[in-house]
Design a protein around this ligand. Structure first.
Ligand SMILES: [Zn+2]
Length: 133
């Protein structure tokens, strides 16, 4: 069985794509931290002091919760992007972790940190859906 991998040119292309997304995610988080001091509050894990100060601005609290969730999403993305960078370095990038096939380029263009090909991803989501029932 031949081991599939992307060409050096393709790896270079996706590396740039990943770095671009990384920069965007990092600056996104930095901007939020600048706008609102989420950082300090999050590291202490203390939500009560915040709730106290914002007690008379109920709608803002919801907005903050949304922002925190968005940030969690961005952090997760950064983690996945860093993983992808590691796979670029050891040239396993672009190969489905499940079946070992190459992940389609159109998929990597949209989700450069994808680790499964479309078929395997579908199968997994199918399984999840069935388990939920
Ligand atoms: Zn696959």
């Amino acid at each position: 069985m031949t081991v599939l991998k992307l060409t050096a040119e393709q790896l270079k292309h996706y590396e740039e794509l990943i770095l671009k997304e990384l920069r965007e995610s990092v600056s996104y988080i930095e901007n939020i931290n600048k706008d609102q001091s989420i950082g300090a509050r999050e590291s202490s894990g203390d939500l009560s002091s915040y709730a106290y100060h914002q007690a008379d601005q109920g709608s803002d609290t919801n907005l903050m919760e949304q922002t925190v969730m968005l940030m969690e999403g961005e952090r997760e993305k950064i983690r996945l992007l860093n993983d992808a960078m590691r796979r670029i370095a050891d040239e396993t990038y672009g190969v489905c972790e499940m079946c070992g096939d190459l992940i389609h380029e159109s998929r990597l263009e949209i989700i450069p940190y994808a680790i499964y090909c479309f078929d395997c991803k579908e199968k997994m989501e199918d399984k999840k859906r069935r388990q939920r029932r």
